[in-house]
Design a protein around this ligand. Structure first.
Ligand SMILES: NC(=O)C1=CN([C@@H]2O[C@H](COP(=O)(O)OP(=O)(O)OC[C@H]3O[C@@H](n4cnc5c(N)ncnc54)[C@H](O)[C@@H]3O)[C@@H](O)[C@H]2O)C=CC1
Ligand SMILES: N[C@@H](CC=O)C(=O)O
Ligand code: NA
Length: 428
């Protein structure tokens, strides 16, 4: 058998420790598949003495994570996290040294993916990141390789395991948001700063990477409009269910005549749609290709085993010397499309208001909708008060999103509203 692929590993948290466990448990099988053994030779993390349930004595311990770029290894695996700082410094130094780089760090790729792809190409070194989008699901490989013959019209899906775990647990058990978030953190799904999850930032990182591969664009986090799930109440989930929908945080990227549209936003998904049945930390990505049709990738989007599985799959590809341009085409071919204006998109919407319980409020809301040209399909008022407020939910007929935005703008500052309205798009 050929010489081992020598790996230096930065970060021994949920994913890093998982990588060691996968390589240990499936050692022989992986060697046979890769054509050679894959061996961790050096590791670095913040705490040398923490009990991770793995024997670290067989590896060189490196205090300075940045020094891993110069360790006696073929590939560096970065599982520290953070868009800049030590992770980015390690990526730059590793690729400059002509070594392979594997990462699960979607934040870094969303902000610096283009630069790193250029560096990888200049060095002739692999840059791989299957774990960065939708954890264990081989969606990067699926789009980059399997769907490479297709023009993609739209790619969308459930991209954040923590939010999906929160929404589907609230839905199934009627439990409180904060309590379910704490559980997601304990299970190792959440980011170091969980506001990245619940404010839609993590899903936006992932969407920008998917869009780069699907549409040949440079990853551009700033071009993604990101909204999260903080405003979603248990009452919205119940109302959605009564209307035949489930609430899901979706990332949507679509190529159109006016440019590339990229948005993360809570949606109402019809129960007949496969994404409505994606529960817990499961992720799912739909891609629409012009010859292959609709592809659906589904599986575990977060957690130790699935994410480590994706990291090790990248290492196996490198051991086989199977790798191409990181974003499916040479970096020089990646474009910077105009961001498309969401306002001209047409669709149906669910808009929920918290209002004071007094005569005339419904008429005020209906008038704002009418004046903005929004056609109301149904209006539901729930008598049950939340913090002294009454909830009023509106489902609109199909129309331009700009009109709903105008109606909400008209109502801004109204004495009748007791909180920010919640706007969810209805997946068409
Ligand atoms: N946990 C998950 O389900 C998934 C995580 N990811 C990504 O994988 C990466 C790692 O995530 P987790 O393992 O969950 O994080 P974690 O917080 O469990 O582990 C981070 C590790 O990096 C080490 N570290 C942090 N800063 C360091 C520094 N400056 N120098 C040296 N070591 C440092 C810590 O000591 C720890 O060992 C992140 O980029 C995350 O976004 C991606 C997909 C899923
Ligand atoms: N925090 C992320 C982890 C995987 O990418 C998530 O919840 O999806
Ligand atoms: Na993946």
């Amino acid at each position: 058998m050929a010489d081992a692929l020598r790996v230096a590993l930065a970060g021994l948290g949920t994913v890093g420790a998982g990588v060691v466990r996968v390589l240990d448990a499936n050692r022989d099988l992986i060697a046979r598949r890769a054509g050679r053994p894959i061996e961790v030779v050096a590791v670095s993390a913040r705490d040398r003495h923490k009990d991770r349930g793995i024997d670290l004595n067989r590896f060189d311990w490196v205090d300075d994570t940045g020094a891993l770029a110069h360790a006696d290894a073929d590939v560096v695996v970065e599982l520290i996290g953070g868009s800049d700082g030590p992770a980015l410094a390690l990526a730059r130094a590793t690729l400059a040294a002509g070594k392979g780089f594997v990462t699960a760090n979607k934040a870094m790729l969303a902000h610096h993916g283009y630069e790193l792809a250029q560096a990888a190409e200049a060095a002739g070194a692999p840059l791989k990141f299957e774990a960065a989008v939708a954890g264990g699901i081989p969606v990067i490989k699926g789009l980059r390789e399997g769907a490479a013959a297709n023009a993609i019209a739209r790619v969308y899906g459930v991209l954040n395991g923590t939010c999906n775990f929160i929404l589907s647990t609230m839905e199934a058990e009627g439990r409180d948001f904060a309590e379910v978030l704490a559980e997601a953190q304990a299970l190792g799904f959440a980011e170091a700063d969980p506001s990245f999850d619940i404010d839609g930032v993590d899903a936006a990182h992932k969407l920008s990477i998917l869009a780069a591969i699907a549409f040949g664009s440079r990853p551009a986090f700033d071009a993604v409009e990101a909204h999260g799930i903080r405003g979603v109440l248990a009452a919205d989930i119940a109302e959605a269910a009564a209307l035949g929908y489930r609430v899901r945080l979706l990332g949507v990227a679509e190529a159109g005549a006016s440019g590339l549209f990229q948005r993360v936003h809570p949606h109402l998904v019809p129960v007949s749609h496969p994404l409505a049945h994606v529960t817990g930390s499961t992720n799912a990505v739909v891609a629409e290709g012009n010859f292959v049709g609709r592809l659906l990738f589904q599986g575990a989007g977060a957690g130790e085993g699935p994410t480590a599985s994706a990291v090790v799959a990248d290492l196996i590809d490198i051991a086989r010397r199977e790798f191409g341009p990181p974003f499916a085409m040479p970096a020089a071919s990646l474009e910077t499309p105009e961001p498309a204006d969401g306002g001209s998109r047409r669709g149906r919407a669910y808009v929920r208001f918290s209002v004071v319980d007094k005569v005339g409020v419904l008429a005020e809301i209906a008038a704002a909708m009418r004046d903005a040209g929004v056609s109301i399909e149904s209006l539901i008022q729930r008598g049950a008060a939340v913090d002294g407020s009454v909830l009023v939910a509106i489902v609109t007929h199909e129309g331009p999103e700009r009109s709903v935005a105008q109606a909400l703008e008209r109502l801004r500052g109204s004495q009748s509203l007791t909180g920010e309205p919640l706007w969810m798009h209805i997946l068409g």
